[in-house]
Design a binder for this molecule. Structure first.
Ligand code: FPP
Length: 256
């Protein structure tokens, strides 16, 4: 399923259908407590559990979490190894729970860089949860928005080589089906914890009309209450998708 906020005005609902989160502040949470940064990541896994449950309960259909960016390889070797171990542990220990909760797991990103054991666990977890549809949990790992647009371009040209000789025929509808999250609607709400206000090469194509919410709260302290606050803020937004307030009020604009 592909949907595009620039080709058609999407339906706006009181609860965001798709929430995308940059889980920032793990390191600072730990440093403040005189703990190693890695302790913050371990605590961050508990916040992931809370937020998956909260979103499922609140009627979110798609939740995308930025777990490891294509730039996170620049971190100290020990921290990268710990993060990889946490992914392996989470895949080994949490899949039963996802299954009970009706959660379908997807992992997007350039997975070829991961060790074979991790790639195998990812494939197994995706296959095991493939029939679930209560909540789609998408973990972005070794993901970068620019990587996604480039891999989609390559895939599009491989599928339709004639486009290389006719670039004028390349449009959104030709490219979008090849993006790694083409099966999901675009995010309605983006949340970044930890106080920074940037997108950090996350879903740069898909965030075109997403509402952006930033909070100072560190990720390990995030849970149902913070989700409720973000959703309340989201409900107060006027989503115009290029139209005017007057058009929305009159209900005259296409898709209003
Ligand atoms: C950003 O905090 C967080 C990460 C780069 C990793 C996020 C990983 C987890 C929450 C744990 C594993 C997740 C799953 C889905 C199993 P930071 O280290 O940049 O914090 P800082 O800005 O305070 O240094």
């Amino acid at each position: 399923m592909t949907s595009s906020s620039t080709l058609a005005v999407p339906e706006t609902r009181p609860v965001p259908r798709h929430v995308a989160i940059i889980m920032d502040g793990n390191g600072r949470w730990a440093t403040r407590r005189h703990l190693p940064r890695t302790a913050g990541h371990a605590k961050g896994v508990q916040a992931v559990r809370r937020v998956v449950e909260a979103c499922g309960r609140r009627g979110v259909e798609y939740l995308t979490l930025f777990a490891f960016s294509s730039e996170n390889w620049r971190r100290p070797v020990d921290e990268v190894s710990l993060l990889m171990r946490l992914f392996v542990q989470a895949l080994e220990r949490e899949v039963d729970k996802l299954q009970e909760q009706g959660v379908r797991l997807h992992v997007v990103g350039d997975l070829s860089a991961f060790e074979p054991r991790l790639q195998e666990l990812i494939a197994q977890a995706q296959a095991r949860t493939a029939a679930n549809d209560r909540l789609h949990l998408c973990v972005a790992a070794n993901y970068g928005g620019r990587w996604d647009i480039l891999q989609a371009t390559r895939a599009m040209l491989a599928a339709r080589p004639e486009l290389a000789a006719h670039p004028e025929r390349i449009d959104e509808a030709a490219l979008a089906p090849h993006l790694s999250m083409a099966w999901a609607p675009e995010p309605d709400l983006f949340i970044r914890t930890g106080g920074e206000q940037r997108i950090s090469n996350f879903l740069i194509w898909q965030l075109a009309y997403t509402e952006l919410y930033f909070t100072d709260r560190y990720w390990p302290d995030f849970g149902d209450e913070e989700i409720a606050a973000a959703f309340e803020w989201y409900r107060s937004r006027e989503r115009r998708f290029g139209r005017t307030s007057a058009q929305l009020a009159a209900g005259t604009a296409a898709g209003a």
